[in-house]
Design a protein around this ligand. Structure first.
Ligand code: ADP
Length: 248
């Protein structure tokens, strides 16, 4: 495996906690403008993988490259966020007592890490950007409502819009469909497909209906390594994957 053409490249990444290998020689790559679904049973290492990519946890060994060349293991969390890696945790965190529009406007103004160029967007430019983001995350008609009045699913979309306001190249999203209605789940798959036209996206997800709707390559983690990779149909017919999910 080489890093050529990748936006994110992990090779032989291992992390131990008190001698227990949470990640064990983990290797995979994400292409530019690729969306990838990561699945795997509880304890497979999905959260630790996200922690390692974002600099929250440092790997014991292995290579972690962003944009083919940038060695992420030499940088801390704030620097990595500044390079353009945005992470969304499972629970939505929005400013509930501000309007939807103000949430996006605040995210646009937030500093983007130590390497970001600080500049003031002109007002007209900023309002066009807010309009585009609200439309992208399906919240144009809710712009003047308080974020606290949105449904759970809409809060997730708003937070994705706030992340996009920070101009990331790679979005890491943890279980976006958890707690959503069927209609919201389907709309979220459409939304992420739109976003992946211009960003790389890694989605950790348990909901297989949602993974099917994403219609992307799936990486199955187990015991800190890649167990299988391919379409959802391909991995779900793999006997190793079936055994792991059935606990054999
Ligand atoms: P997943 O997100 O796939 O459920 P995790 O990455 O959370 O898996 O965990 C992988 C394994 O590493 C689990 O067995 C978990 O108990 C262990 N682990 C994760 N973080 C820590 C930690 N800080 N200290 C000790 N063990 C941990």
């Amino acid at each position: 495996m080489t890093a050529t053409g990748s936006l994110l490249y992990l090779d032989g990444v291992s992390v131990s906690f008190d001698g227990f290998k949470a990640l064990n020689n983990l290797s995979f790559l994400i292409g530019r403008n690729e969306m990838r679904a990561i699945i795997g049973p509880n304890g497979a290492g999905k959260t630790t993988m996200m922690d390692v990519i974002t600099g929250k946890t440092r790997p014991d060994t292995g290579t972690l490259l962003f944009g083919e060349k940038l060695d992420l293991t030499r940088h801390d969390e704030a620097e990595i966020a500044g390079f353009g890696i945005g992470r969304k945790f499972q629970k939505p965190t929005v400013f509930e007592s501000h309007t939807v529009e103000d949430n996006i406007a605040l995210a646009l103004k937030a500093p983007r890490g130590p390497f970001a160029t600080l500049f003031h967007r002109r007002e007209r430019e900023e309002s066009a950007r807010i309009d585009a983001l609200l439309e992208l995350v399906r919240l144009d008609s809710r712009r003047d409502d308080l974020a606290g009045d949105l449904s759970h699913g809409q809060k997730q979309w708003l937070e994705i819009g706030m992340l996009l306001a920070q101009d990331p190249q790679l979005l890491l999203i943890d279980e976006p469909a958890a707690g959503m209605t069927d209609a919201e789940t389907a709309a979220t798959a459409d939304l992420l497909r739109d976003i992946s036209k211009s960003h790389s996206v890694v989605v950790v997800e348990h909901d297989m209906t949602f993974v099917r709707a994403l219609d992307v390559k799936v990486t199955v983690l187990h015991e800190g390594s890649v167990l299988a990779e391919g379409s959802l149909d391909h991995v779900s017919s793999d006997q190793k994957v079936i055994d792991v999910y059935l606990g054999r």
